[in-house]
Design a binder for this molecule. Structure first.
Ligand SMILES: C[S@@+](CC[C@H](N)C(=O)[O-])C[C@H]1O[C@@H](n2cnc3c(N)ncnc32)[C@H](O)[C@@H]1O
Length: 306
């Protein structure tokens, strides 16, 4: 399918009325077509503007766009510096940056297999989509991720949601800075503006009083030293009806090699949550990854639905 047809399909999908809350698959499809359309539009605008300056500039822009991001660093910096020196160049450089970010985000969509680049509308059942389905986030929610590491989940949230406020918390200062840089350089401004980065703390979320709808912790809880204290901090960070999702590889997961020596027993973790005042709402295995996703709420609200 050529790009114009794809964009038309995307525009039709975007202009169709949305009835009620969207399913996760619909949210992903909508985000994908929205991005596809914007990427195409911004590239056309950049093409027209660059060609007015010089016929060589758009082919040069396209060549840089094709490079892996680390190799593109220098050529991209020189390219932008050249553009900025021309008349009205500052504004054009901003357009070029946003158009490039849209292309990088589209690549990410394919990379994490959120959308199939060939059939476009088909959302696969990859680990990314299974996580998003379990998270069941709606636009307008306030979400925190504690210990985001290299930012896989943050990337998913930035791709799919336009209006979700995300508190991104990490103890490791290097990872914190690295992800802030990626977010600023590779995600369009409307997405990166929703992200608030903050330093983690061994005993606290540093988010008390924020009334969060959801706290996500993947592969982190077993690294927390004072877990009971941390759980109290999580309770103080949540909205009355907010929930916590913990994703863990538990002891006895079936994987013998390469796993963390500090893994926990699932019953021990559930007991800690229960003693802190949480109840288990839902559990789901991530087949193929030896991990289990657990969703907890404050005790009064939940019923076990496993
Ligand atoms: C095994 S890594 C998992 C990273 C990521 N969530 C993932 O699944 O790829 C654990 C991460 O938790 C972070 N971490 C550990 N204790 C933390 C705390 N108290 N607050 C915030 N982050 C923490 C570590 O710095 C590390 O990046």
């Amino acid at each position: 399918m050529n790009l114009k047809v794809r964009c038309l399909f995307g525009i039709l999908l975007l202009s169709s009325p949305i009835v009620g809350a969207q399913t996760i698959d619909q949210q992903v499809q909508r985000a994908y077509f929205d991005l596809l359309t914007r990427q195409w539009q911004s590239e056309q605008e950049v093409k027209d503007r660059l060609q007015q300056l010089s016929p060589d500039l758009f082919p040069e822009y396209q060549q840089i766009i094709e490079l892996p991001t680390d190799e593109a660093l220098l050529p991209w910096t020189y390219f932008l510096a050249g553009i900025e020196r021309s008349e009205g160049g500052k504004e054009l450089a901003v357009l070029c940056k946003e158009a490039r970010k849209a292309t990088l985000m589209l690549r990410r969509f394919h990379h994490v297999r959120l959308a199939d680049p060939f059939s476009q509308a088909v959302v696969d059942t990859s680990q990314a989509v299974r996580r998003l389905q379990f998270f069941a986030i709606q636009e307008g929610d306030k979400v925190a991720e504690i210990g985001f590491g290299y930012g896989y989940i943050l990337g998913l949230l930035a791709l799919v949601y336009q209006d979700v406020e995300v508190y991104a918390n990490e103890l490791d200062q290097y990872r914190l800075r690295a992800m802030q840089k990626v977010m600023a350089e590779e995600f369009t401004r409307d997405r990166s503006a929703n992200f608030h980065f903050l330093a983690g703390h061994p005993r606290s979320t540093n988010l008390e009083g924020r009334e969060l709808d959801l706290i996500i912790m993947e592969n982190v809880f077993h690294h927390i030293g004072e877990q009971a204290v941390f759980l109290q901090s999580m309770l103080k960070s949540l909205h009355e009806e907010g929930t916590v999702i913990v994703i863990e590889e538990f002891l006895g997961s079936g994987r013998d090699e390469g796993n963390c020596p500090d893994r926990m027993d699932r019953a021990v973790l559930e007991n800690l949550f229960s003693e802190a005042g949480f109840t288990l709402l839902k559990a789901q295995e991530l087949d193929g990854q030896y991990r289990t996703m657990l969703r907890f709420a404050r005790k009064e609200e939940g019923h076990l639905q496993e």
